[in-house]
Design a binder for this molecule. Structure first.
Ligand code: PTJ
Length: 241
C-alpha cells in the first residue's frame, strides 16, 4: 500500500524518479528494522515533539516523497503546532512546487509556502537553498522528513534546530540533525502528532527537560546497535553482550 502511494505520487508528478530510488532504499532499511517503530524512535519522537512545542517559528519542510506518503498527517501536525508548511525540493521546478502546493491544499492545508517571497540560504549550492522568507528562512526549528545530505548541515550552521526523519541512521542528515527520528515517515509523522497532543499542556520547564535530556548521538548509536542485534538474531548467531 505504501509503495502504491509513492507510485501514484510519481504518476501525479509530485515525486521525481530519484524519489522512487530513495523509497526503495528506505524500504530495505525498514525491512531490517522489522517495519515497526523502535523504542529509540519513540524516544526521539517525544524529544522532537517537546522541541516543536518550545519553538516560536516551527516549519515543516515537504518534498515530493513526503507529500505523496503522508499528506494528511503533515497537515494535521501543522494544525496542532500552528506550524507553517513549506515545499522545498532538491530537484526543484516551479511546476512541481506548484503541483505539490495544490495537492496539499486539496487535502485541506490552509497555507503552503514554497514559491513566494523566496530568499537564498547562504552556503548551499543545491536548489534547496531557495527558502521562503516567512517560512524556513526565518524558522527557529525545521522538520525535515526524508531528505538528502547537505541542507541539514547548513540549517544547523545557520543556528536552526533540525528534526530529521530518516530510516538511515548513518546518513549525513541523520548524523547532523538536532533530533533524528529513525523511522518511516508513514509512522513517524502520526506518532509525532500523538506526542504533540500528549505534551501539549505541559509547562515549558517540563518540555525543556524532555528535550534537554535527549542525546541524539547516543540515540543513533542505540539504533545501529539494535540493527546489529536484530541481524545477529536473524542469522542465528550468538546474541552480542
Ligand atoms: O522531492 P525532492 O526533489 O526534494 O527529492 C526528494 C529525494 C528523496 C529524491 C531527495 O531528497 C534525495 O535524493 O534524498 P536521498 O539522498 O535519496 O535521501 C533520502 C533518505 O530518506 C535516505 O536516507 C532513505 O533511506 C530515506 N528514506 C526513504 N524513504 C523513507 C526514508 N526515510 C523515512 N521514511 C521513508 N519512507
Amino acid at each position: 500500500m505504501i509503495r502504491k502511494r509513492i507510485v501514484e505520487g510519481f504518476e501525479r508528478g509530485l515525486v521525481v524518479p530519484q524519489g522512487l530510488l530513495a523509497h526503495g532504499r528506505g524500504e530495505a532499511l525498514d525491512y531490517i528494522l522489522g517495519e515497526e517503530t523502535t523504542p529509540q524512535a519513540y524516544e526521539a519522537t517525544r524529544a522532537a515533539a517537546a522541541l516543536l512545542l518550545l519553538s516560536k517559528r516551527p516549519v515543516i519542510s515537504v518534498n515530493g516523497n513526503t507529500a505523496a506518503l503522508a499528506p494528511q498527517d503533515i497537515i494535521r501536525l501543522s494544525k496542532l503546532l500552528n506550524a507553517k508548511i513549506e515545499v522545498n525540493l532538491f530537484y526543484r521546478s516551479q511546476e512541481r512546487v506548484k503541483r505539490i502546493k495544490e495537492y496539499l491544499s486539496s487535502m485541506g492545508a490552509s497555507q503552503v509556502l514554497g514559491d513566494d517571497d523566496v530568499a537564498e540560504l547562504p552556503g548551499l549550492s543545491s536548489p534547496r537553498r531557495f527558502a521562503s522568507r516567512e517560512g524556513i528562512y526565518s524558522a527557529d526549528t525545521v522538520l525535515v522528513p526524508l531528505e538528502d545530505g547537505d541542507r541539514a548541515e547548513k540549517l544547523v550552521a545557520l543556528g536552526k534546530k533540525i528534526i530529521a526523519i530518516d530510516l538511515n541512521p548513518l546518513s549525513r542528515t541523520a548524523q547532523t540533525a538536532t533530533v533524528t527520528i529513525v523511522d518511516n515517515v508513514v509512522r513517524a509523522i502520526p506518532n509525532l502528532c500523538v506526542a504533540v497532543e500528549n505534551l501539549g499542556d505541559k509547562p515549558p520547564i517540563e518540555l525543556e527537560k524532555i528535550y534537554g535530556d535527549f542525546d541524539n548521538q547516543a540515540n543513533l548509536k542505540a539504533m545501529i546497535e539494535l540493527i546489529l542485534r536484530r541481524l545477529t538474531r536473524l542469522a542465528g548467531l550468538e546474541v552480542l553482550k
